[in-house]
Design a protein around this ligand. Sequence first.
Ligand code: 13P
Ligand code: SF4
Length: 323
Amino acid sequence: MENLPGKHMDFEAEINRLRKEMNAVILAHYYQEDEIQELADFVGDSLDLARKAAATNADVIVFCGVKFMAEGAKILNPDKLVLIPDMKAGCSLEDSCPPKEFAAFKAQHPDHMVITYINCSAEIKALSDIIVTSSNAEMIINQLPKEQKIIFAPDKYLGAYLNKKTGRNMVLWNGTCMVHERFSEQELIKLKTRHPEAHIIAHPECPETLLRYAGHIGSTSSLLRYTQERPGQSFIVLTEMGILHQMKKLSPGSIFYDVPSVSNETAGACISCNECPYMKLNSLEKIYNCMLHRFPSLELPADLIERAKKPLERMLEMSKPIK
Ligand code: 13P
Ligand code: SF4
């Protein structure tokens, strides 16, 4: 059957055809729409996705996440075509750390090492000594000498959480994730009161005011593992709602509650403030279009790739594979 453009097109079938033709791999983050997670060759957290991107034999990488993740794939595979369904898929953490200001901040702390959360631009990566994700940050920081002075950027909440966990006093850049900082503490308390048996689990991008309620704190893959290890139980989940797809799929007998954000209380009409507006820009239609046109693709200057690659490779070397 010939495919007609528009809403009658079977995007899934067309993507599958192109995936084969182009020898492409489709990587998706846990915050992607359910149908994208179902279609992907691999779904994972930021570290898993970076590892997959570094190891792939595919000629083309289709990155269904946000731009900084696709940039990471390009930095690790400069000769491959890296496609991103929507170039506007940014990140509030990335935006909160402009390279010029960060370079000036770094210059004020000349004796500090720069540890940077992967949620940042290629320019910020190039200004860093080691990149980390929420899966490996604690492990990597613990490998550094106790007396080593450190700047941690861009997430101040993740940085504060890591300071507490590692006993360090890292200097923190003042960045935040717009999704994780907006969960409503009041709504969280209401949910816990209604469901006292539920485990509260949280991503470390949340502020301490929320993390203090959590019985488990970790990256998206760590939160997922925690729920899988406790089948038939209930969970209040403090991270972007996309992860609920895998949680429900892998633990069908469990119950999951998502937490409304502060704007829900005030705006009333906002029903999806606990979704990342950038992650949700991607769609099957956009995936199909970027594969068909081989555009938009990630292009970075060769010297930037060279500079950003070192701290990213250092991360991969310093983080042992998770079983
Ligand atoms: P992880 O999946 O690595 O935990 O990261 C969460 C996130 O915010 C990605 O943007
Ligand atoms: Fe960035 Fe937050 Fe969206 Fe993750 S959830 S991509 S940190 S804005």
